[in-house]
Design a protein around this ligand. Structure first.
Ligand code: HEM
Ligand code: HEM
Length: 180
């Protein structure tokens, strides 16, 4: 089997696309939910934002545990700078989508909101109620979310470059491996 045709294992592929779909839901919710002000309560779309955000955090933690416990398929042959850029982008996506929900959670705690996983499993407060620092993290949360969206854009562009110009079968590594 050529390197390019060695797929990621099924669980890795499942996590990749499940989290992609969760993010397709989470970002539009974030931008359509009401502005969060001092006396805002976590109801309606804000509750959904927390529901999907904590679900993404849990899925990302399981995904990283899975990733470090298994061997990934060998890297595709490519110039050194591209291999470094790919590793850096992937690493930042893993780290970013763990840090981002934690920032949102810390901000929610500073507002005195009870954060629950899946809407019913209570999670501890990450910052004291009324904490000015926790409050500031709301802005950091927003900025990091935009930064990660840009990074996803680069990631998708890089995939398109491999698929359309190089035709090296990169996409198939992350899709169901129906062709062997
Ligand atoms: C990957 C998961 C997440 C993504 C992509 C995300 C994305 C965003 C974005 C883009 C905004 C800015 C909305 C705007 O511009 O009006 C936002 C705001 C917010 N998010 Fe998240 N979020 C995530 C997880 C969470 C979690 C887990 C929590 C809480 C437990 C949370 C709590 C909040 C709060 C409280 C705000 C308002 C912040 C403020 O205005 O000070 N987020 N989120
Ligand atoms: C249309 C959207 C997307 C496409 C087409 C896509 C495509 C791919 C492909 C083809 C790979 C395999 C790269 C390789 O073989 O070296 C990959 C890996 C990866 N993707 Fe995506 N992706 C998308 C969205 C996302 C999103 C939203 C995230 C955010 C978490 C993400 C995170 C990752 C990570 C972390 C890896 C590295 C896997 C590893 O080696 O552990 N991707 N993606």
């Amino acid at each position: 089997m050529k390197t390019a045709q060695q797929p990621y294992n099924a669980v890795t592929r499942f996590f990749h696309w499940a989290i992609f779909i969760l993010l397709l839901v989470e970002f539009p919710i974030a931008w359509t939910m009401p502005d969060v002000r001092r006396d805002t309560l976590p109801n309606g779309l804000i509750a959904w934002h927390i529901f999907f955000g904590t679900l993404i955090l849990a899925a990302m933690l399981l995904r990283v545990l899975w990733r470090v416990s298994r061997k990934a398929p060998p890297e595709l042959p490519m110039p050194k700078w591209q291999a470094v850029a790919a590793r850096l982008t992937h690493g930042l996506l893993y780290l970013g989508f763990i840090v981002l929900p934690l920032l949102g959670w810390a901000n929610a705690s500073s507002r005195g909101w009870d954060v629950k996983l899946l809407g019913f499993i209570p999670l501890p407060a990450l910052s004291p109620k009324g904490s000015a620092f926790g409050h500031e993290l709301g802005d950091v949360h927003q900025a990091v979310a935009i930064g990660l969206l840009v990074l996803i854009g680069l990631h998708v562009l890089a995939t398109a470059y491999h698929e359309i110009l190089l035709r090296d079968g990169t996409m198939r590594r992350m899709l169901v491996s129906w062709k062997r």
